[in-house]
Design a protein around this ligand. Sequence first.
Ligand code: PRX
Length: 654
Amino acid sequence: MASMSGKVIPTPPDWRKRHPSTPSLANILEYNTLYEESIRSPETFWANQARDLLSFTKNFHTVHTGSLENGENAWFLGGKLNACFNCVDRHAFVNPDRVAIICEPDDPADESQTITYGDLLRQVSQAAGLLRACGVKKGDIVTIYMPMVSETIVSILACARIGAIHSVVFAGFSADALRDRIQDAESKVVITTDEGRRGGKTIQTKYLVDQAVQECPTITNVLVCKRTAGELVLTPGRDLLWGEELKKYSAYLPPVPMDSEDFLFLLYTSGSTGKPKGVLHSTAGYLLGAAVTGKYVFDVNCQDRFFCSGDIGWITGHTYVIYAPLLLGCSTVVFEGTPTYPSPTRFWDIIAKHGCTHFYGAPTALRLLKRSLTKADISGANIMSLRVLGSVGEPISPEIWRWYHDFMGDEQAVITDTYWQTETGSHIIAACAGVTPMKPGSASLPCFGIDLAIIDPVKGEELRGNSVEGVLGIKHPWPSMARTIRGSHDRYMDTYFNVYKGYYFTGDGAYRDHDGHYWIRGRVDDVINVSGHRLSTSEIESVIIEHPSIAEAAIIGVPDELTGQAINAVVSLKTTQDIESIKQQLISKVRSAIGPFAAPRRILVVEDLPKTRSGKIVRRILRKALSGETEFGDISTVRAYKQFDPSLDLLTIF
Ligand code: PRX
């Protein structure tokens, strides 16, 4: 535990002076008082926050019903509101010329684009009109398969405006994965671009949609935004050009008041079992989580320029590219490209160009940049506008934390390491910017209303006091928790609420140090984290096992300096012929079934996988062997594990 020194880094002395207004919290005492209130009287706390940060067209009469035992939680009952109104209209009415979206294109030589709140209101109204004309009704699910462009946000908010549920599918997913998600959602409409640009490369979004929808009989329209000047083949009667169609619709379409508990969006994520889970989030509860954490964790002010580099296809992009910044009325930066194109100073260039006050990214990108950059590379960039740096998606090591703080933040910005999940909707452990004492490598303290528990994984009992380690649970419901998994409420209950009765189970291990700060240890289930992408080992295994030459397969996440974890596949074959060609076929199979980001980095061929006497694969041994460990613990009950691939020097255990 050497890295957990717990040394506290103070907030830079003039940090508060650089704030454009008054920070959302005065000091840690105010955090402590408000946190205690939020745990002692959660309903009063959340009702006050909801009234302060959201606009309801009809007030709620009941703050909360349900419990973690029965899993039927509902918040702000009786209330009516519209997510798009909260993100757009209420700011557009007061400050129509304030910039809502800044789009930074992949190629810095292309012009960036700004969209004011007034423009955004017109665009979302027109897009909502188009969706309606395509037959989309309240409660329908619209699939969005788009790169990081402004139309992605417009599409999402247009869905919300008419009460449709958006389902954004990350544009790195393959056609097969997209097809499965469209089928599961039974979408009538999919929105895409002709192509996308990323890191100087072209992404064939429309081509992939064409492949996917061949097996989606529910699809009646494909809406295509033009991003490049590439050749575009349209299917008459089905495909419509976004730009041309939009002009036909009114610049104002009234938002549809929704019940607080109506679903706002569906987002697929990976779980312990093979099939992706369609996580469903509610309207009021989700929005409140986004707004509260935006306000207190990031200390967002309406004059801020918030740059979250996460993709809109994942939860980070949903909550912190779109909902939190727009709910709080600031400007959000949508960056189409990658951290290293055309050079590793790209983030600095964007921050300087747009005067960003916040930057929020994943440690995987920071590790890459740390490797590529020297102080001289960034000496010309004026990034004094930066006030807050956020980290997300995986543990940030103290070494990278320090680099982030000293090098990227120039010791002027504060850091918040934010721990949360697709299912939690918004941060659950994070430092409140400028207030919580910063400890490099720790996600620090719980967010308001989040009552954490460290649980003994074997006894299932809560470990009280400090300096305890176990699995992380939450003891009380909170508004932005996911409400269900589409089509499988039983799976929702079994994954999160039936593991430790009375607790929400995060699936992560954690340590609470001597003064109550939390250190996230990573997943304790079959979920792995590669460059911040959450992947299910069993989902990849089920693709590999379909190959006719494969007898058995295990996917293992192996520690990797750059990507956090790297995917290794350990397989046994039915044949000893053509091993190299089988390996290549396995890689292509995973690429086309899930997407390139899920392809194994290394495939090891073994004679037999290590198994218990009852035939269960002992992944623990593989994990250790692949990480270079030689101590395997008790292996007396494990059957043979012998590697015969001569090109690799993996340990052989008998
Ligand atoms: O293991 C934790 C890790 O990412 C998982 C959630 O993944 P996903 O739903 O894709 O959401 C990622 C963005 C919120 C968690 O169960 N994780 C997320 N944030 C952190 C983290 N691990 C350590 N530190 C974090 N700050």
